[in-house]
Design a protein around this ligand. Structure first.
Ligand code: AHG
Ligand code: MN
Ligand code: MN
Ligand code: MN
Length: 335
C-alpha cells in the first residue's frame, strides 16, 4: 500500500546534539553551553540560507566594493553573512574569541564565554552569482585552561577542536556536524525552521570513483600530484576504469559530495600557491576533522592536517582529503 505516514519521531539537530550532550554531561558535567552555541550557529545558517535563496531578488549578488585580508574582492553576501555571524556568536554569550576569513584580526568578545569559533561565513563566493552551491564552515575550540580568550586559544592544532561543521546552501540546506562522536547530516525543513536528522553517522567508503581538483592549475603542479592524477586517469591493470572528475569550486560542496560518495578532494600546493589556497583554521581544520570522524584521511601531503601548528590565523595549507585508500594512493607518490 502507498500509505506513507510522516515521521512521527522527528529528530531535530537541537534534540540530537542535546542527546549527545546529555550523554557527555553524564560523564563530564558539560553545562550545555555547546548546545546553546550550536543553536546560535543554526540560527545564523538559517538566516544566511534565507538571504542566499533570494540574493538575486534583493540585489545581494555581486561585489561589495571592498577587499579582504586575503586580497579577494568581497561579495555583498560575504560581508553580510560575516556580520550576521559575528553578531549572533557575540550575542550567544558563549564565545571568547572569533576568527573570520573576512576579518583581518581576531575578535575578542567581552564576557565569560569559553568557546572560540573560527569560520568562513560564506565559502565558494565565486559561485554566488551563478546560483551554484555555497556554504558556511566553522570550527570550535574550548579556551585553554584558565584562559579568558587570547590569540593563543586559536593558534592551536585542529586536534584541539571540540566540534566542526558546515552548512551547504544548495537545492536544500544541509548542516553536517561533528562533536567528536562521528558525523551527522541534517536537512533544513523550511516549513518549521528546523534542521532534521537525515544523514545519521555519515561514513566514507574506503575507496571512491571520483577525484575533485582544479586541473586548471596542472601547469603549476609538483611531480607527485601529476603522477597521482596520471595513475587514476590512465589506470594500469586489467579492467581498471579511470576515475570521474567532479569539481564544483566551492569547498563545502566538493567536500560534501566526497563525504557522501567517497573519492578524493584536493587543493595542493604548487609553484603558483606555495601553501595551496585553502585556509588552515577555518577551511582545512574543520573539513579534516569531519573527514577523519567519517573514517577518511586528511593530509597536507607531508602529514596529518589536524596536527599542523598554526602560526597565524589566515595561513594556508595544502589539502587532500577523502576515502582512505584514495588518499593513501596519493600519499604513495609523495614517498
Ligand atoms: P572562499 O569563497 O571562502 O574564499 O573559498 C573559496 C575556496 C574554496 O571554496 C574552493 O575550494 C576554492 O576556493 C576554489 O578555488 P579555485 O577557484 O582556485 O579552484
Ligand atoms: Mn573568500
Ligand atoms: Mn572558503
Ligand atoms: Mn569565504
Amino acid at each position: 500500500d502507498d500509505y506513507n505516514p510522516p515521521p512521527t519521531d522527528i529528530i531535530t539537530l537541537t534534540r540530537h546534539v542535546l542527546g549527545e550532550g546529555f550523554s557527555r554531561a553524564q560523564s563530564n558535567g558539560s553545562s550545555g553551553d555547546l548546545t546553546i552555541l550550536l543553536s546560535s550557529l543554526q540560527t545564523t545558517c538559517k538566516f544566511i540560507e534565507s538571504m542566499v535563496r533570494k540574493a538575486s531578488l534583493i540585489n545581494l549578488i555581486g561585489l561589495a566594493g571592498e577587499q579582504n585580508v586575503q586580497g579577494e574582492d568581497q561579495k555583498k553576501l560575504d560581508v553580510l553573512s560575516n556580520e550576521i555571524m559575528i553578531n549572533a556568536l557575540r550575542a550567544s554569550g558563549k564565545t571568547a574569541v572569533l576568527v573570520s576569513e573576512e576579518n583581518d584580526d581576531a575578535i575578542f568578545v567581552e564576557g565569560s564565554g569559553k568557546y572560540c569559533v573560527v569560520f568562513d561565513p560564506l565559502d565558494g563566493s565565486s559561485n554566488i552569482d551563478a546560483g551554484v552551491n555555497i556554504g558556511t564552515i566553522f570550527g570550535i575550540y574550548l579556551v585553554e585552561e584558565g584562559s579568558k580568550g587570547t590569540l593563543q586559544d586559536v593558534l592551536r592544532p585542529g586536534t584541539d577542536m571540540v566540534a566542526a561543521g558546515y552548512c551547504m546552501y544548495g537545492s536544500s540546506a544541509n548542516m553536517v556536524l561533528t562533536t567528536g562522536n562521528g558525523v551527522n547530516g541534517y536537512t533544513l525543513d523550511n516549513a518549521i525552521g528546523e534542521f532534521i536528522l537525515t544523514h545519521p553517522n555519515i561514513t566514507l567508503p574506503p575507496r571512491g570513483k571520483i577525484y575533485s581538483i582544479n586541473e586548471g592549475n596542472s601547469a603549476y603542479y609538483h611531480e607527485p600530484v601529476l603522477k597521482y592524477l596520471d595513475s587514476i586517469k590512465y589506470p594500469k591493470g586489467e579492467g581498471k576504469k579511470p576515475y570521474s572528475a567532479r569539481y564544483i569550486g566551492s569547498m563545502v560542496a566538493d567536500v560534501h559530495r566526497t563525504l557522501l560518495y567517497g573519492g578524493i578532494f584536493g587543493y595542493p600546493e604548487d609553484s603558483k600557491s606555495k601553501s595551496g589556497k585553502l585556509r588552515l583554521l577555518y577551511e582545512a581544520f574543520p573539513m579534516a576533522m569531519l573527514t577523519e570522524q567519517a573514517g577518511g584521511v586528511a593530509t597536507t601531503g607531508r602529514g596529518r592536517i589536524l596536527e599542523v601548528q598554526p602560526k597565524s590565523i589566515h595561513e594556508r595549507c595544502p589539502v587532500f582529503l577523502g576515502s582512505k585508500d584514495d588518499v593513501n594512493d596519493l600519499l604513495s607518490f609523495y614517498k
